[in-house]
Design a protein around this ligand. Structure first.
Ligand code: ZN
Length: 395
C-alpha cells in the first residue's frame, strides 16, 4: 500500500517527476586517501563548473554523511564560514563562482563502519562499496549518476599491513615513503558516476593472467584474495577470460583499460559490484575447488563474473541518468549474462532455468505487496529496488 496522505513519507520520497539536471558538473576529481583503520584522511579536489543545462542560480550542494570538515577551500583559498553551511548531512557552498576547484578534507573511521557502505575494514583490509549512495559516506560529492567525473586516486598506507593498494583505472608507479609507508596513484581516463568508485587495500595475494583484446591491447588480469585462497581462483579467471572474448564476438565490445582487477572479500552485502576496472566480489562467487564445489556453484561463479564484467559497457560506459533507470543497466546486463550462459552449453536448458527463476521470484513479487514497475516513479530508499522485477523482468 502507498499511503499518499502520509506527509512524513512524502517528504522522504524521491520522485521521478521532480528530476532536474544537476546545478553543477564535476569534470575531474583528485582524491587522496591516507589510510588508517580508525582515522582515514580523505582529501578531494573537485573541478567544478555550473551546468549550462540547469536552471541558473542556486548553491552547490554536496551529499555527505555529516563527516567532520577539517579544511575547505576554493581555488586554493580557504572558504570562510559565511561561504558554506550544512543542510542535514549535506554541505552547501553559498553562491559559488561559475567554475573553480573546490577542495575538502575530511576524516572517516572505516573500523566503525558496520553498514559496509562507503569505506570499511574487513579482516584488516580496506574495501569500499558505493552503489547506490555510499560514496557520500567517504567524502562530500554530488552523489547522483548524472554527475560523471574523471577520477584520479592517490592512496598512502602502511606498507606492511597494506602491501596492495588498488583503485579504478590504470596504476602509476609505487613510491616508498619514510616510516614504512608507501603510495600509489590510479588514474581512470573514463568519466564515471561516483557510485563506481572503488578502493581496496590490504595484505592480499593474486592469481595473475592476461587477455589480449582483438585490437591487440594486452590487459593484465588479477584476482585478489587472502593468502592461501589463490589456488581456488582458476575457475573465476577462466570465466573472466571467456566473458571478455564473448563480449567482443557477440556485441563487439572490447575492454578499455590496461588492467582489470577483481578483489574478493568475505564481508560484503552485495553479491558482487562492477566498479570500473576493480570489481569487488563476495568470496562465494570467486572461490571454488573441485572437492567441494557443485556444478551449480561453478555455473553461478561463471555467470556472476560475466555479469559484473559486462557492466563495463552496460552501466559503466553507457550510464543511467538517475536511479529510476536502474533496470536499464541491470535488466540489460542480466539479458547479456543470460545470453552468455546460453552460449556456453545448451541454450534450451539454460533458458528453462532462467524462466524458472523468473516464475519463482519475480511472478511472486508481482503478485504481492512488493509489486512495482520496472521503472518505479518514486522511492524512499533506492537500495530497496534491487529486486527480481528490476533485474529479471527488466531482462
Ligand atoms: Zn548488475
Amino acid at each position: 500500500m502507498h499511503d499518499v496522505n502520509d506527509p512524513a513519507r512524502a517528504a522522504r520520497e524521491t520522485r521521478l517527476a521532480d528530476y532536474r539536471p544537476p546545478a553543477f558538473l564535476i569534470d575531474s576529481v583528485a582524491l587522496e586517501f591516507i589510510l588508517d583503520p580508525t582515522a582515514t584522511v580523505v582529501r578531494s579536489r573537485l573541478a567544478v563548473r555550473r551546468n549550462p543545462e540547469a536552471q541558473p542560480g542556486g548553491g552547490l550542494r554536496l551529499d555527505g554523511a555529516g563527516q567532520p570538515v577539517r579544511a575547505i577551500g576554493w581555488d586554493g583559498v580557504p572558504l570562510g564560514d559565511n561561504r558554506w553551511h550544512r543542510d542535514g548531512d549535506a554541505l552547501v557552498i553559498i553562491d559559488p563562482p561559475a567554475s573553480g576547484v573546490l577542495s575538502i578534507e575530511t576524516v572517516i573511521d572505516p573500523a566503525a563502519n558496520s553498514e559496509l557502505s562507503g569505506l570499511y575494514l574487513s579482516n584488516g583490509a580496506f574495501f569500499t562499496q558505493c552503489e547506490a549512495e555510499g560514496f557520500r559516506r567517504i567524502t562530500y560529492f554530488p552523489d547522483r549518476p548524472d554527475v560523471m567525473a574523471r577520477f584520479s586516486v592517490t592512496i598512502t598506507a602502511d606498507a606492511s599491513t597494506c602491501p596492495v593498494l588498488l583503485s579504478n583505472g590504470n596504476p602509476g608507479p609505487a613510491e616508498t615513503l619514510p616510516g614504512g609507508r608507501h603510495r600509489i596513484t590510479w588514474t581512470d581516463p573514463h568519466p564515471k558516476p561516483c557510485y563506481l568508485f572503488a578502493l581496496v587495500a590490504g595484505d592480499l595475494v593474486a592469481l595473475h593472467d592476461s587477455f589480449t583484446t582483438r585490437s591487440g591491447r594486452r590487459v593484465a588480469l588479477a584476482i585478489w584474495v587472502r593468502p592461501g585462497d589463490e589456488e581456488r581462483c582458476d575457475h573465476a579467471m577462466r570465466s573472466l577470460k571467456k566473458a571478455m572474448a564473448w563480449d567482443e564476438e557477440v556485441f563487439g565490445l572490447e575492454y578499455d583499460l590496461d588492467v582489470f582487477n577483481i578483489a574478493a572479500v568475505s564481508d560484503f552485502n552485495m553479491g558482487a559490484m562492477e566498479n570500473k576496472g576493480l570489481n569487488v566480489f563476495n568470496t562465494k562467487y570467486i572461490l571454488a575447488r573441485p572437492q567441494t564445489a557443485t556444478d551449480a556453484d561453478y555455473q553461478g561463479i561463471e555467470s556472476v563474473i560475466a555479469h559484473e564484467y559486462f557492466h563495463n559497457w552496460t552501466g559503466n560506459r553507457v550510464t543511467c541518468r538517475d536511479w529510476f533507470q536502474l533496470s536499464l543497466k541491470e535488466g540489460l546486463t542480466v539479458y547479456r549474462d543470460q545470453e552468455f550462459t546460453m552460449d556456453q552449453g545448451s541454450r534450451a536448458v539454460a533458458r528453462i532455468g532462467q524462466v524458472r527463476a523468473l516464475r519463482a521470484a519475480q511472478f511472486r513479487e508481482d503478485q504481492g505487496p512488493l509489486a512495482h514497475p520496472v521503472q518505479p516513479d518514486r522511492y524512499e530508499a533506492i537500495d530497496n529496488f534491487y529486486t527480481a522485477t528490476i533485474y529479471n523482468k527488466g531482462a
